[in-house]
Design a protein around this ligand. Structure first.
Ligand code: PEP
Ligand code: MN
Length: 340
């Protein structure tokens, strides 16, 4: 495994002071912990869901970032949403940017950006689109590989999921793992900040990404997270960040990528199964209260036969049928018990 890539910095560029202070603190804590900060990130322009949300300090922040890059000595990267912004980056000596998850759903825009950096020394990081569509993600990556830029990396930041989730975005690890299988040479980083949405989950997810053999992390950090103008809940202090990185176990255990991929698929199924079983239990409780109100008997044999039929249609496999019988029996017993 090559050297891991650590990127950190605030969600948004808010002020010159905020950028300089955060970058200096990051470098200080990185030095103490013997970590290299490869890039300082900041969103100069933010694409926000609500129209009255803070959208970053805009064009002027590139001047501040240029100053940070010079005085702190760490390369800067920003999010780029259109080709005009690429031009501005180049004018301010910024040679790295990422494509955000919202821009990533628009291949026309992404192609225009790729055309703007053709044969240049830009490093481009391509975040996954908010929709779980590997083809779309890979297509965007290929646009930059074809454009022959200095370097291309992918960033996994999770996917929008309508279901209630403890994380801000559903990890769906099987998708970045599949990307790894399909593009083994491509470095893939994880952005645990946008994935988790809350600082308290970040170290655990960061470790998981290392176990899966990810090549680094992009983490949101702010010198004073509680005062941040965007994504306050998911920004770490530079001290917390350095502590997290220095405690990561970097021995990834991906001797067999295909096995890892199947495990992440299974993990996803188990998550869904546990959610569905819980929802089933809640629905049983609803049914029980209706039956009680209308004086209907708890056990309805024909009804249960329908349930059994629904389950049995998938396969004739006898071992599976045997398991299913036991499982359904358990389900039925539990259902009756709850209703009584
Ligand atoms: C960001 O990194 O600042 C950002 C907006 O991320 P995403 O596009 O992943 O939501
Ligand atoms: Mn953010």
């Amino acid at each position: 495994m090559k050297e891991r890539i650590w990127i950190a910095g605030p969600c948004a560029a808010e002020s010159r002071e905020q950028l300089l202070t955060t970058a200096k603190q990051l470098v200080e804590h990185a030095n103490v912990a013997n970590i290299k900060l490869h890039y300082f990130r900041a969103g100069a322009w933010k694409m926000r869901s609500a129209p009255d949300s803070f959208t970053g300090a805009g064009d002027v922040s590139l001047l501040w970032l240029q100053e940070v890059q010079k005085s702190v000595g760490v390369p800067v990267c920003v999010e780029v949403m259109n080709f005009r912004q690429v031009e501005l980056c180049a004018q301010h000596d910024i040679h790295a940017f990422w494509i955000g998850a919202r821009t990533a759903v628009n291949p026309v825009e992404v192609q225009q950006i790729a055309d703007a950096v053709r044969h240049s020394d830009f490093t481009v990081m391509v975040k996954n689109p908010i929709v779980p569509d590997l083809k779309l993600w890979m297509g965007n990556i290929e646009r930059f590989l074809n454009a022959d830029v200095a370097s291309v990396m992918a960033i996994h930041r999770g996917f929008t999921d309508a279901k209630e989730n403890i994380f801000r975005n559903a990890p769906m690890w099987q998708i970045p793992i599949e990307l790894k299988v399909k593009m083994p040479e491509l470095p893939i980083l994880c952005d645990p900040s946008h994935l988790c949405g809350q600082v308290r989950w970040i170290p655990e997810v960061a470790q998981l990404a290392m176990n899966y053999g990810f090549n680094g992390l992009m983490t949101e950090c702010h010198s004073n997270p509680s005062e941040a103008l965007s994504d306050a809940e998911q920004q770490m202090t530079p001290k917390e960040w350095a502590e997290m990185i220095s405690h990561l176990d970097l021995r990834s255990n991906i001797a067999n990528l295909e096995l890892v991929k199947q495990r992440t698929i299974l993990e996803n199924i188990d998550n869904q199964l546990s959610e569905l079983l819980y929802q089933r239990m809640m629905t049983v409780d609803e049914i029980a209260s209706i039956k009680r109100k209308d004086h209907i008997a708890v056990v309805q044999p024909q009804q249960w036969q329908q349930v059994v039929k629904r389950y049995q249609k998938h396969t004739e496999d006898t071992l599976y049928q045997e398991f299913l019988e036991q499982f359904l029996d358990l389900l039925h017993q539990n259902s009756i018990k709850r209703q009584n």
